[in-house]
Ligand binder design. Structure first.
Ligand SMILES: *[C@@H]1O[C@H](CO)[C@@H](O)[C@H](O)[C@H]1NC(C)=O
Length: 334
């Protein structure tokens, strides 16, 4: 091979191979910072998932952060990036889009929580250990980036975890006697929270399961229990209800989240009427459970599945994060 074609060949390799999707794990610059700031025992890198258990961090000290850093909170059984596609795909579609739009990995952060065994979905709750760890991650990102505010993108159970991480306060675990206080509110450090397909008022699928040993995720303290009746109404999914009612008896953890100030300067809720996991068009006792109370705007899709509300929304979520309002467009091609 002629020298110049070898040169050209290696030029192509060097310039194109590294752009093949590889967003994770945390950069070594961030990992070093975490070590020197006593965060290493939290295992934010999650190398048990290879390169896909986490992302974020500067390349080196010259890497300047220009945008509001974003922290991503994935849902139950998922991970930061792809571990078992198409269901367990993490935020790879969001990262692909945002980095194409100019975001750097020093402006995009996530760590995986718990594990990705879907058979264990029913036992995962909003527990102290998970929330304290995710809160430590948020504090670490704030400290590392020196950002006044960060933004948050959350999906599914990540919504109700992220809200607590930001809100702070007490957690009472339903399946143990454990309680904890995670500290003061961090709401003034959050610019925008885009909450996708969360179960903010509980899940109708938890009907009758608040005490079930098989479904701790439905428990009435820190689970998704939506209540078993609402005045005379007995069908959580019914909409409209036979009779107006306000649900007062549902998960203590969720009630606590919903009774207070929004967790951020701007909060937006996104969901789909066709969500097969939250079910019933997201209604729970006549209320949209996917709506974070006090949201500054909402976006409701017609035909997206639960995972599609994560994978097919990067354009809309990016627009909301940067414009701080719901994009002006009505039609969604599905
Ligand atoms: C990591 O994610 C990429 C892109 O989604 C995927 O192609 C790859 O197989 C994943 N690697 C592992 C170890 O799961």
């Amino acid at each position: 091979m002629h020298f110049s074609s070898i040169y050209l060949f290696s030029f192509i390799i060097l310039n194109f191979v590294p752009t093949i999707l590889s967003f994770g794990p945390l950069s070594s610059h961030f990992v070093e910072w975490l070590k020197s700031n006593h965060y290493d025992h939290y295992d934010f890198s999650r190398l048990d998932y290879g390169i896909n258990g986490s992302f974020g961090g500067k390349i080196d000290e010259h890497d300047q952060i220009e945008r509001t850093p974003i922290i991503f909170f994935h849902g139950n059984s998922d991970a930061a990036l792809t571990t078992n596609p198409p269901m367990l795909n993490g935020f790879v579609e969001h990262l692909t889009y945002y980095t194409n739009k100019g975001y750097k990995l020093s402006e995009l952060y996530s760590t995986s929580w718990q594990d990705n065994d879907m058979k264990k979905a029913a036992i995962r709750t909003h527990d102290c250990e998970t929330i304290q760890r995710l809160r430590a991650f948020m504090n670490a990102v704030l400290g590392y980036t020196q950002a006044l505010k960060i933004s948050v993108v959350s999906h599914s159970m990540g919504v109700t975890l992220a809200r607590k991480v930001i809100k702070g306060g007490r957690i009472e675990e339903g399946t143990t006697e454990k309680t904890c206080d995670i500290g003061p509110s961090l709401a003034d450090r959050v610019e925008v929270h885009v909450a996708i397909s969360g179960g903010n008022q509980g899940l109708c699928t938890c009907h009758g399961l608040s005490e079930s040993n098989q479904y701790p995720t439905c428990n009435s303290k820190n689970g998704f229990w939506a209540g078993d009746r609402c005045n005379e109404n007995t069908d959580c999914k019914q909409y409209p209800l036979e009779e107006d009612c306000t649900q007062r008896d549902y998960s203590l953890y969720l009630k606590d989240l919903n009774n207070g100030e929004p967790e951020g300067e701007f909060v937006f809720s996104l969901w789909s009427k066709a969500d097969e996991l939250v079910k019933a068009g997201c209604w729970s006792w006549g209320q949209p459970t996917c709506l974070v109370p006090g949201s500054h705007g909402k976006m409701i899709y017609d035909g997206l599945s639960h995972i599609e509300t994560r994978d097919l929304t990067p354009i809309d979520v990016y627009s909301i994060l940067t414009e701080k309002r719901i994009p002006i467009k009505v039609k969604h091609e599905l």
